[in-house]
Design a protein around this ligand. Structure first.
Ligand SMILES: [Mg+2]
Length: 402
């Protein structure tokens, strides 16, 4: 078998004809990039890449010259060829990671289809036939919606300061038997001491994990949080491949690694990361925040085959067209997604739907000024790191009931 072509499908979830309200006007900056690899035997495979999809598309197409004419069964050898070919562009970045991921995923899809086997059966078989998922909520109402759908784990995420009253409301709404997590999204402005004080305030909520309490590249700060806060920690969504995740695991800085199934480097890289984590008694809960539906299928295959699979992130209340651009549709039952049984990934693109949503941009809007947290007249724009005013204003740790 030989690879004959590599195609990309870039789309931006957007307004949908015939709908009213928010569904009609939805246009985020999020893009989804799907890859299709074709072969001379008529078998094709698909994959998905995150890591700045509009840029990754160019990287994927650059790799065509390495892939065409090669045997798609040689997944690891081809991965290494592409990795070495792009070393000069940096080795741990998520753009390269995204490109390698979508291609590698498509190669696994081809192998599975050629052998008539689901990918999980080529990776050592299953530990489980369904994967626990978690959803997102900031209010008691949304948390109850999720538990009514069967979710047994809910994450409260903050892009600004962590608000204790939101966490308290969610915990109270779902009771003690549902897992609650908090994602601080790696705030670069949070000092280690601030992240420790927030973490100590969160201890009362019995969290399953406290995610990205400091900027993810600030590993020494993470170590200090690790030593001072009595909560499990999670991180790793912004790095790719085994060398990106290595310090988190080797230093045992976290209890949960969260590689992104669209940019971690591929299915084999995810499996290797899981094995590294297993040796340190660390579990894995893949990131899925901005991903499309193809990467979700890949995550299910990986999660089925590793002993230390904790659960999978899922955006339940997503863009309504999410499952119209692929088939079949996955449904959460009793807080779990089923592990696909069809050969390969078990999912196909619906190309005519994808072409309805062309990509226009892939850079998010600037977040609004965070409640007057900056010195007036000096800084009024979003800057990765800058001093902020007022400890309480920047942490906004409103106590429950206060
Ligand atoms: Mg996160």
């Amino acid at each position: 078998m030989k690879i004959t072509d590599v195609k990309t499908y870039l789309m931006q979830p957007g307004p949908r004809p015939g709908l009213a309200g928010p569904d009609a006007s939805f246009r985020g900056s999020r893009n989804w990039l799907f890859v299709k690899i074709e072969t001379d035997e008529g078998i094709s495979g698909i994959g998905e890449c995150s890591g700045w999809p509009r840029v990754v598309e160019t990287a994927v197409l650059d790799y065509r010259s390495i892939l065409i004419g090669e045997n798609p069964r040689d997944i690891d050898r081809l991965w290494h060829r592409m990795f070495v070919a792009s070393m000069g562009h940096g080795m741990l970045g998520t753009v390269g990671g995204g490109a390698l991921t979508g291609i590698e995923m498509a190669l696994w899809d081809i192998k599975g289809k050629a052998l008539g086997q689901p990918i999980w059966n080529l990776l050592g078989g299953r530990f489980r036939d369904r994967i626990r998922v978690y959803g997102h909520a900031k209010t008691a109402e949304r948390a109850r919606e999720l538990t009514n759908l069967g979710y047994s784990a809910i994450k409260v995420g903050f892009t600004g300061a962590v608000k204790l009253d939101c966490v308290a409301a969610v915990r109270e709404a779902v009771g003690a038997d549902v897992d609650v997590m908090v994602d601080a999204h790696g705030p670069s402005w949070m000092t280690a001491n601030d992240a420790i004080s927030v973490g100590r305030a969160l201890e009362q909520f019995d969290l399953l994990f406290y995610e990205d309490p400091v900027a993810p590249e600030n590993l020494d700060a993470l170590q200090r949080v690790r030593d001072a806060v009595d909560l499990p920690l999670a991180a790793g969504e912004r790095v790719s491949n085994i060398w990106g995740i290595r310090p988190y695991v080797e230093r045992e800085l976290v209890d949960v690694i969260q590689p992104d199934t669209g940019r971690a480097g591929g299915i084999t890289q995810m499996r290797k990361m899981a094995a590294m984590a297993e040796a340190h008694y660390i579990t894995m809960a893949p990131h899925s925040g901005s991903l499309g539906p193809v990467a979700e299928f890949a995550a299910l295959h990986v999660m089925a085959t590793i002993p230390n699979a904790l659960m999978l992130e899922r955006v339940e209340f997503d863009w309504p067209g999410r499952y119209e651009v692929v088939a079949p549709v996955l449904k959460v039952v009793d807080g779990h997604l089923p592990v696909p049984d069809a050969p390969g990934l078990g999912v196909e693109l619906v190309e005519e739907e994808i072409t309805k949503y062309p990509s226009a941009r892939n850079v998010g809007d600037m977040p609004p000024d965070d409640g007057g947290a900056y010195e007036p007249g000096t800084v009024d724009e979003c800057v990765y790191f800058q001093p902020r005013l007022g400890r309480r204003a920047r942490l906004r740790m409103t106590k429950p009931g206060g």
